[in-house]
Design a binder for this molecule. Sequence first.
Ligand SMILES: Cc1cc2nc3c(=O)[nH]c(=O)nc-3n(C[C@H](O)[C@H](O)[C@H](O)COP(=O)(O)OP(=O)(O)OC[C@H]3O[C@@H](n4cnc5c(N)ncnc54)[C@H](O)[C@@H]3O)c2cc1C
Length: 402
Amino acid sequence: MDFRLTKEEEAIKQEFIKFFDAEMKNAPPEFGNGGLEGIYATDEGFEFHKYMARKMGERGWLSMGWPKDCGGRDASIMEQVIFDEVRGYYNAPGVDGFAVGMFAPTLIAGANKEQKNRLLPPIARGEAFYCQGWSEPDAGSDLASLTTTAIREGDHYIINGQKTWTTGGHKAEFMFLLARTDPDSNRGKGLSVFHLRMDLPGIEIRPLLYMDGKHVYNEVFFNNVKIPATDMVGVEGEGWNLTRQTMNFERSGAGGFSGAKRYLEKIIDYVKTTQRDGRTLSKDPNARRKIAELFIASEVGQTLAYKISWMHQKGDFMGLITAACESKLFSTEMAQQMSNYATEIMGLYGQLEAGEHAPMDGSMVELYQFVKGATIFAGTNEIQRNLIAWTGLGLPRLKFRP
Ligand SMILES: Cc1cc2nc3c(=O)[nH]c(=O)nc-3n(C[C@H](O)[C@H](O)[C@H](O)COP(=O)(O)OP(=O)(O)OC[C@H]3O[C@@H](n4cnc5c(N)ncnc54)[C@H](O)[C@@H]3O)c2cc1C
């Protein structure tokens, strides 16, 4: 297999690099080291996310892979991978993972024409920001046991219940929601997908704060929230199948590995410029071995991301589920190893988030704290392993509950 880019692909890559190189210089100090915290924890960070989204929207980059009849230009998977890689390397905001990454593919797969015409263009322009209303206090891994209801009354649905861990729910204008439209149903049957505004009467958003007070996650309560029936996406009661497709989009991000490469470059720079016990850290055989291991892992990860694109291209959707699980599992555990190692070699200074004594601008300690959650969100890594065993290796499927 030839991994080299074609001339055209190389030119596209250079265009992306030029854009991100220039635009990331506009990041406000509040964006810090980026990630979810950079986007959602401050107004300035979120404004920069919106600014970048509009810029990318103007260039058609948020919708490049969408079919032409949905406003996209059917760009090749490879073009999207290059975009994700370059954006990941620059740790750039502006691609709303919930809107662009999850809800848009759901709409393309299941919405009617009117909904596609109404909801897709603002996402493509980088003007619509969503949060994801799936998890509940008693429904996370076992999402199909969720109890939030959406009951049809005339030309409306009335929503009651609670969602939790809603990332960016305090900033997003919209939510895509999974709720039970048939209150007598259980598990996957009787669930439906909805689009809704976050400022409707009856919606209460309560922050789930970090220990240091930063606000990224939320609980969202619904008390008789009334939404138009036209905002139910797909066939009523068939939302589980639609959601299962979306899950693979949540797990298939290719940008994570190029982001890891950037972190690795920072670690390499650190060991080359730091003295320990009278010699440069980069001459320590243990440091060299560990960094080589991390480099190999990031290369393997990159190949896993390419494998997902290849599965997409082939239309092998069972293979895609396995590959997406592999990539999610591998990327999150690699990020944990990388940040564990970096904070270990930095010693006590590694705990500083800011200031002249904070190595690598505090980025590693932020990563260290953030990636603890990465093996939980988007489906825990235990669940990914179960799915790989079942879909990839053909082992018997385990039932969640009798
Ligand atoms: C930082 C963060 C952000 C998040 N953002 C969002 C969001 O924006 N929107 C949203 O809807 N949700 C979000 N989530 C929720 C996330 O999807 C759930 O936390 C996740 O699916 C796990 O569910 P749970 O927390 O209920 O844990 P549980 O499902 O209760 O799991 C507890 C433990 O049991 C293990 N386990 C459970 N079932 C099995 C099984 N069958 N086999 C083996 N092990 C099992 C799990 O792996 C885990 O270790 C977020 C979570 C985090 C941590």
